[in-house]
Structure formats: C-alpha cells, structure tokens
Design a protein around this ligand. Structure first.
Ligand code: SF4
Ligand code: SF4
Length: 375
C-alpha cells in the first residue's frame, strides 16, 4: 500500500494548502463564532489523547494561550466594575452579580493556566466558556455603557472587541492564534466536515483544486497496525460512549485476521462479518450498527471501496452518531477503487458540508510511515 500512502500524503498536502489559504482570508471565520465543541465531540478529543502523542502538548500550549485571553477579560471587567462603583452607578445587587460573574470566568482562567488533568471531567468545563462570558456581558449591560467600557479597557489580549456596533462573539475556546484548532484532527464533526457558509466558500475552492477522488483520498491518513490497535483498545477501555467507526483500506484478509486476533488477545470481544459483495447504502449502515452489541468490535470486510461507498458509509454513520448510538465498527477494504463513477451526489450537488471529514479513514502503513500526529 506504499503507493496509496504516498498518494494520500500528496492529496492531504493539497487540501491543507487550500484550507489554510481560504480559511485565513475569509471574513466569517467559523472558529471566531463561539465554541462548536459539544459533549460528544469532547469525548473524541479525550480518545485522541490516548493515542495521539502530540495532542496533549498541543492542548496544553493552546489552553495556556487562552488563559491569557481570559485573564485579560477578567482584568478588564474588574477595572470597569471598580469605576462603576466609584461613579455611584448601579446598585449593590448589580455589583454583587457582576462580581460573581467575574469570579466564574476567573475560575475557568485559573483552570486553563494550571496543569489541569486533560480528562473528560476537567475538559468539560471548557464548554462553559461561551455561557460564562455571555453571563458576564449580561451583568455589565445593566450599567450605562458597560459593554463599551469592557472593550475600551480590554487591551490587545482581551476578547472584548467591537465588530460593527456590537461586541464580537468570542473565539472558540479551542481556537489558538498560533496553533489553529487545538483539537487538530480530533475536531468536531461540524468543523471536520468542511461546513462552510462563507463566500467564497471553502468547498468551492477545494473543488477548483481537487476532484472527488483526490478529496476523499485527502481524508485518509497512513496508520500502522499498532496504532489502529491502540485506537480500538482506547475505545474499548473508555467505554461505549467513546466508540467511533473507522475505515481502513489496504488491509487484506490475513491482516484483518491479525487485527481480530490481537484485539481478542487484548480482551476486546471481536466479530468478523462475512465478506459483503456490495457496499452499504446509508440505511443499511444504520441497521448494521444497531445489530452490534456495545463494547464489541465488528470488523466488516470488503474487497474494495470507492469514494462514493465511503461517502455512503459516512452518511449512515453520521446518522448513528447523531442518535448517540455509535459502535466500534471497522470497515476494512483491500483496495480503494479509483475513480468513483460517478462521484457521490453530495459532491456533485455542491452541498455546504461534506460528510467524510469526520470519519476516521486510514491507509494501512508500515511502522516507519506512521503519521497520526493530530494535525
Ligand atoms: S470553513 Fe468557511 S466559514 Fe469557516 S473559516 Fe473556512 S472559509 Fe471561513
Ligand atoms: S475547528 Fe476547532 S477551533 Fe475551530 S470551531 Fe471547530 S473546534 Fe473550535
């Protein structure tokens, strides 16, 4: 599978270049509109932390950077509140409320600055950021010119900035000015699936530079057998709410059997489905997922999968995800069929999101070419 790994690498580079050129220039950067991460998305990040050696460092660096921003917001709010009090504006109740809202945001800033464990209970607090900041703004709106004063005293590090006549929404708590998305490849579905409503649109730019098969291939990462095994073991250890499906191409019958045997040796109950002759439409994917017991890994082998087949899998699996009923499903194919004829309808119809970005797609690679680095 060396050729497919090399082709996937080139396709990934092309896609990354388009994304960094277009997303850097767009005027409605989606990472600047509040936090897109939800509870289920956060579980994906936590699983990523088990298998992606660089993710923890990336998160730590990014969260420290965010701590500076929150500290600047807290400092601005304290300064404004002190002026409000000394000017005799507002009553004691309003002052106490503003004080409490500042303290809430300050707690979060302290957590970000500290070496907090990067586990689900701690990281879950990050999801509160938008609400805490919103509550603080609401408390300050009760003072004349309160919001404007926050922006004036905010300084360059603060998130309190005007956009037009209103304060801009905060950047996503996972957005770092130096790293981009701290979650890297473990970002939420909405972000990973190239959801874009900007003009010019990211997807239009992608279509200009890539055909359907190149785009699908760009979503494949080279991954070793050891890494795939570690990923599945992490899912099993973390429990059913952390299960996610994956697609592996370049894996023949003998290697699929090796994967099954090694999973079983690691005490993960594993089933190998009979070899289906035709790839699954989305409704069949949903049915298959419903028949797999939570906690069991189901390996489903195909001789080949095309980009269109992978789109259908992604659509069906996304429906399963939205019902919070994911299973440890592993779709294995010996080869990736190119070209897909025709490309999937969602690609041809220019829809504003493409489903394949969120699906974990791997090309089986030798140990030396492992590339899962959280990018
Ligand atoms: S995905 Fe679209 S809206 Fe989001 S930053 Fe990129 S171009 Fe802008
Ligand atoms: S890509 Fe990352 S930083 Fe941007 S909105 Fe999504 S989670 Fe937040």
């Amino acid at each position: 599978m060396g050729d497919l790994c090399a082709l996937a690498k080139v396709a990934r580079q092309v896609l990354e270049r388009v994304v960094s050129r277009v997303c850097g220039a767009c005027e409605r950067n989606c990472c600047h509109q509040g936090t897109m991460m939800g509870i289920q998305d956060l579980r994906r990040v936590v699983r990523g932390l088990r298998v992606d050696a660089e993710l923890a460092e990336r998160l730590r660096t990014g969260l420290k950077e965010k701590a500076f921003e929150l500290e600047a917001d807290v400092a601005a709010a304290r300064q404004v509140l002190s002026l409000v009090k000394s000017s005799g504006l507002g009553d004691e109740r309003a002052h106490c409320l503003a004080e409490a809202r500042i303290a809430d945001l300050e707690d979060l800033a302290k957590m970000l600055a500290a070496e907090t464990p990067l586990d689900y209970p701690h990281l879950q607090r990050l999801l509160l950021h938008t609400a805490l900041r919103h509550n603080l703004l609401r408390a300050f709106r009760s003072f004349p010119m309160g919001e404007g004063a926050l922006a004036r005293f905010g300084g360059p590090a603060s998130s309190f900035k005007f956009r037009g006549s209103r304060l801009a929404p905060p950047r996503c708590i996972f957005h770092s000015l130096t790293l981009g998305c701290m979650a890297g490849k473990w970002k939420p579905a909405k972000c990973a699936n190239f959801f874009c409503t900007a003009d010019p649109s990211l997807l239009d730019a992608i279509r200009e530079h890539m055909d359907f098969d190149d785009f699908v291939l760009a979503n494949f990462e080279p991954a070793t057998m050891d890494w795939i095994l570690a990923n599945l073991k992490a899912q099993a250890e973390l429990g059913p709410s952390y299960h996610e499906p994956m697609v592996i191409v370049g894996m023949g019958k003998a290697q699929a059997e090796e994967l099954r045997d090694r999973l079983e040796a690691a005490a993960v109950e594993t089933r190998m489905s009979p070899h289906p002759s035709v790839p699954f439409p989305p409704r069949v994917v949903e049915k298959v997922a419903a028949g797999v017991p939570a906690g069991t890994a189901e390996l489903i082998r195909f001789r080949k999968l095309s980009g269109t087949d992978i789109y259908d899998l992604a659509i069906g699996l996304d429906r399963v995800r939205l019902r919070d009923a994911q299973r440890m499903l592993v779709f294995i194919a010996e080869t990736l069929e190119v070209p897909s004829s025709p490309p999937h309808a969602l690609w041809l119809e220019n829809t504003i999101a493409q489903p394949v970005g969120y699906l974990e797609c791997y090309v089986l690679a030798s140990g030396a070419t492992q590339e899962n680095r959280g990018q």
